[in-house]
Design a protein. Structure first.
Ligand code: 13P
Ligand code: SF4
Length: 378
């Protein structure tokens, strides 16, 4: 991880009201040269300055469309800023206000380990193996994915991307019999099962072990080989939280992100990506009750926005993404001041060859139509 320089005291010691007014002023000064993007998991006091908010898919697409903005300030995590740099125009500069805002899940997969894993699995498999990388991965992994004929996915379009990868060969891509899903095992398993595959058709590749700890029989039996990675935020949700919220609120509907463990998704009423969860709650009738198994900044914001519904975090406690929270107002102001003073800080630049390949994997994903509904159980 790159090291974040400590901020000067004028930022760390500024009062809340001063930070707000200075951020608003510098944004105003930069005008249309600047576009601030904010992920849904971002804290309220930062996301209020975003020109656009969205999930990771929407933000990649927005970044690609902001051709007038010379500067894209990404209030998200490192892989999202890399994706924005990859898909934006060469004259645009992407800035991540705090370099320590990395995704803990993305950091569970190292590019060299992924390349070695793909080789090992391909040798053990009796069929073509197509890597599918969740956008929560480094640009290097996206590039490896593209070179091996695979694509990226988000939690909104993962099912479509899996279906694409398992479809018969077309002229651009060799026929594929198996998917190597990197880096979130839960997203891979939950999607495979939603597609009608059995849990026994999934196996877990552990990068710490020779051949991922798998035998030839394991790999040949599996359709989905899942990298041993997870999101610590979504792994906080447990089956007992579903039971307990249903005891206290018998009519509540439980909706969870597919990064949650299988046993939680199985017990929930529905599962879906961040965008799909938001859509489901917005469309719900007044008076309905929702326990949501995803990042708590988003869930608490939904509760404030929809006061006609009861909305709570599934574990009734905090499930904040502390990585996203590293983008705070002092870092945002520091990054904006750098742009305004012509001394750009924290620019995220992906080397050209990596970017060219990673763009292919992202573009394949964007070209595949996203699923818009949550997955209903039962
Ligand atoms: P989305 O693709 O739903 O934005 O999720 C990104 C993420 O980091 C979820 O933990
Ligand atoms: Fe990464 Fe989890 Fe944070 Fe999403 S919630 S950015 S997967 S650490």
């Amino acid at each position: 991880m790159e090291t974040q320089a400590p901020l000067p005291p004028e930022y760390t010691q500024a009062e809340s009201a001063e930070l707000d007014s200075r951020i608003a002023a510098v944004k105003n000064q930069l005008g249309s040269k600047l576009c601030v993007l904010g992920h849904h998991y971002q804290r309220d006091e930062v996301i209020k300055f975003a020109d656009f908010t969205g999930d990771s898919l929407k933000l990649s697409q927005l970044a690609a469309g902001q051709t007038d903005a010379e500067f894209i300030v990404f209030c998200g995590v490192h892989f999202m800023a890399e994706s924005a740099d990859i898909v934006s125009s060469p004259n645009q500069k992407v800035v991540l206000p705090n370099l320590h805002a990395g995704c803990a899940m993305a950091e569970m997969a190292d590019a060299e380990d992924v390349a070695a894993g793909l080789e090992e699995i391909s040798e053990l498999a009796d069929a073509q193996v197509t890597p599918i990388s969740y956008v929560n991965s480094t640009a290097d992994i996206k590039a490896i994915t593209a070179r091996a004929g695979g694509a990226c996915c988000t939690s909104s379009n993962v099912r479509n991307v899996f279906e694409w990868a398992l479809a018969p060969a077309d002229k651009n891509r060799p026929g594929a019999g198996k998917i190597f899903c990197i880096p979130d095992q839960h997203l891979g398993r939950n999607t495979a099962i939603a597609m009608g595959y059995g849990e026994n058709e999934c196996c877990v590749y552990d990068p710490q072990l020779p051949d991922g700890g798998l035998t030839q029989a394991d790999v040949q039996r599996a359709t989905f080989i899942l990298w041993k990675g997870h999101c610590y935020v979504h792994q906080l949700f447990r089956p007992e939280h579903v039971t307990s919220v249903r005891e206290s609120h018998p009519d509540i509907r439980v909706i969870v992100h597919p990064e949650c463990p299988r046993e939680v998704v199985e017990l929930a009423d529905a599962s879906g990506s961040t965008a799909q969860i938001i859509t489901a709650i917005e469309a719900a009738d007044p008076g309905t009750e929702w326990a949501v198994g995803t990042e708590s900044n988003l869930v608490n914001r939904l509760a404030k926005r929809h006061t006609d519904k009861f909305i709570c975090v599934l574990n009734q406690a905090s499930a904040a993404c502390t990585q996203m929270c590293r983008i705070d107002r002092p870092h945002l102001l520091w990054a904006l001041d750098g742009i305004a003073n012509g001394q750009i800080v924290n620019q995220i630049t992906v080397p050209k060859e990596t970017a060219d390949n990673a763009r292919i994997a992202l573009q394949r994903m964007i070209d595949i139509k996203p699923v818009t509904q949550v997955t209903k159980n039962g």
